[in-house]
Write a protein that binds this ligand. Structure first.
Ligand code: TZP
Ligand code: MG
Length: 337
């Protein structure tokens, strides 16, 4: 009854895959509900085929797959997201195998249980996806206390969130590492509970320490290949100033690019040369990943930026320098819609 051996092996394969996913949900994503869903599924898989004691068919020492698997490097994983997708594949393939084998044996009702579990696993896989892209929104707020006329980064973060800003970047060029870390720890807490994406500029160590959602780097920072290795589960943004850099960023796996400076601005020192609006237009027609326009964007010119293909608009001074940030953002949105 080799078919029972096949079922036994696949029940183990599916259970092991689910166990790994359950642990990721619990310890990495810290998502109790998801972890519970996976655990329930694992119990059903273990219990629903109890008519036969499958153990008597087990013969793992003679399993010809064992040697192949032990010698293979194909299953090397780079990131938690790889682990998640590999284990969902394992679970789904295993469930399908059980389903077919049960049909051969005439267990149609049992086979339907495994089919339903397979469909449930597709749903769960969607919920597992680690956020690796920017949310669908408009304004990308950037903090910088020196441009804020007295308000702290924490106050500004709260005001931005009140105005329904969904992405906030921390960018401080003159603070000590220690001060930046304190700021970012506080901002991480606030952004987490409000479901706002938090991105740290430059300091990958701080981004990792506070479990930021992303890191933003420039052309002269640590190369993106290295950043991807260190911060494999983070959104990685890369500033670009011309077509060549934009194409290269996509090729090297950036999750989004910064595009600019669109206009002249005194906020950034050593401003790069850039064909602002025409570069943006080109990006909007040729680049498939999200792109964020930046540099001198204000309420007064944002409609022009939008006309040139702008979708995400990053601003520092226009937002943090405003007396009333919520009011300012409402006025800016009136120009966009
Ligand atoms: N990169 C290109 S321009 C710029 C950065 C970080 C500064 C944008 O600041 P502002 O005040 O919105 O012009
Ligand atoms: Mg930088």
């Amino acid at each position: 009854m080799k078919i029972y051996r096949l079922i036994d092996a696949n029940i183990n394969r599916v259970s092991e895959g689910l166990r790994i996913l359950e642990d990721i949900a619990r310890f990495v994503l810290e998502n109790k509900a998801l972890s519970k869903d996976i655990r329930e599924m694992r119990h059903i898989v273990r219990k629903s085929f109890t008519n036969h004691s499958l153990l008597i068919f087990r013969d793992s020492q003679n399993d010809i797959g064992l040697n192949i698997s032990q010698n293979s490097r194909l299953d090397a994983k780079k990131a938690v997201s790889d682990l998640i997708s590999a284990n969902f594949k394992r679970v789904q393939e295993g469930l399908r195998s059980i389903e077919e084998a049960l049909k051969i044996l005439g267990y149609f009702n049992e086979s339907k249980i495994y089919e339903a579990l397979r469909f449930k696993s597709y749903d769960l896989e969607k919920k597992f996806s680690i956020r690796k892209t920017l949310p669908d929104t408009d304004i990308y707020g950037i903090l910088g206390e020196e441009f804020s006329a007295g308000k702290s980064n924490i106050e500004i973060t709260k005001e931005m969130i009140k105005a329904n800003i969904k992405i906030i970047q921390y960018r401080e060029k003159n603070k000590s590492k220690c001060d930046k870390l304190k700021d970012c720890q506080a901002i991480r807490k606030i952004t987490s509970v409000n479901d706002v994406i938090f991105i740290v500029n430059d300091d990958i160590d701080i981004a990792l320490a506070v479990k930021a959602d992303g890191i933003h780097i420039g052309q002269k920072d640590m190369p993106i290949e290295i950043v991807k290795n260190i911060a494999s589960d983070m959104i990685i943004g890369l500033s670009t100033h011309n077509q060549k850099q934009a194409l290269e960023a996509v090729e090297k796996g950036a999750d989004y690019i910064g595009v600019g400076p669109i206009f002249n601005t005194s906020t950034k020192k050593n401003l790069e040369k850039c064909d602002g609006l025409s570069f943006l237009k080109w990006v909007s027609e040729n680049i498939s990943i999200p792109f964020v326009a930046i540099g001198g964007i204000k309420e007064s010119n944002i409609a022009t930026v939008k006309k040139h293909g702008g979708k995400y608009f990053a601003m520092i001074s226009e937002l943090v320098g405003s007396e009333n940030i919520v009011k300012k953002i409402n006025l800016i949105r009136k120009k966009l819609y």
